[in-house]
Write a protein that binds this ligand. Structure first.
Ligand code: SAH
Length: 241
């Protein structure tokens, strides 16, 4: 069973799950742990580690955006893997629309089952590369918020994310460490992509006090047709280097 940690939620994020949300978080945990060994989705199966690294961390990232602003927003989780941070966010924001994107088909087949089990009717999945779907008119410039956790270096994430965002939209990059050189490279990439760093947040996780950073990038101009470049280019020749 997952711990409830009601006052920890309240004290750290100003939010705590309703009874229904707690049941959904529990089903998410059970679903992931059961499949874990087979698919190697995540190594975190201890309930407290799962709570901190997957549930708390996922939701911590959206707090600076403000609850009112995002209640009915459209999110895309790029490189969602087993569904993080997108699934906990979909549970916490039942009126938001959440698209989960990953290149690995077997993960998406599994995620579709899990989403149905959790009754998350506002979540849909897309299988493919960010560089390909970012050119697709069904997805290009359609989202208020793009989420990327542990996907690639920051300039690469920015190139993946910006084509999906509406002008004024925000990309949230979930990271461990962060330093000035990385920030300089990211700023150069954002000049080319038409955006800026809106906020950088440094924080510690509440149970193990691990250091984390979240970067908030604002899209200020429509993305040029050049972006995203061909599959693999963002990684091979990152902007800003
Ligand atoms: N966000 C999850 C998973 C991180 S692992 C978490 O934090 O737990 C990185 C994931 O990104 C992998 O599942 C991989 O398939 C996906 N990925 C990497 N590059 C991608 C790309 N260009 N397009 C789509 N998915 C990508």
């Amino acid at each position: 069973m997952l711990p409830e940690f009601r006052s920890l939620w309240e004290n750290t994020l100003g939010w705590s799950p309703s009874l229904q949300q707690q049941q959904q978080l529990e089903s998410l945990y059970q679903g992931i742990s059961t499949k874990n060994r087979q698919l190697n989705l995540t190594r975190l199966s201890e309930p407290e580690a799962f709570w901190e690294k997957h549930l708390w961390d996922s939701l911590r990232g959206i707090i600076p955006l403000g609850w009112e602003r995002i209640t009915t927003a459209s999110f895309i989780d790029i490189g969602c893997g087993a569904g993080f941070p997108g699934l906990p966010i979909a549970i916490a924001l039942p009126e938001a629309r959440v698209t989960l994107l990953d290149a690995t088909r077997k993960k998406m087949v599994y995620l579709n089952k899990l989403i149905a089990q959790l009754g998350l009717s506002q979540v849909n999945t897309v299988t493919g590369r960010a560089e390909t779907l970012g050119k697709d008119s069904q997805h290009r410039e359609r989202y208020d918020v793009a989420l990327l956790r542990a996907v690639a270096a920051a300039p690469v994430c920015a190139e993946y994310a910006f084509p999906f965002l509406k002008v004024g939209g925000i990309a949230v990059l979930y990271r461990g460490r962060w330093n000035e050189q990385e920030q300089a490279a990211l700023n150069q990439a954002l000049n080319q992509l038409g955006g800026m760093i809106w906020q950088v947040e440094a924080f510690s996780t509440p149970l193990t006090e691990s250091k984390r950073h979240c970067l908030y990038l604002k899209k200020t101009e429509p993305t040029r047709d050049l972006f995203p470049r061909a599959v693999g280019m963002a990684k091979q020749a990152p902007l800003g280097n």
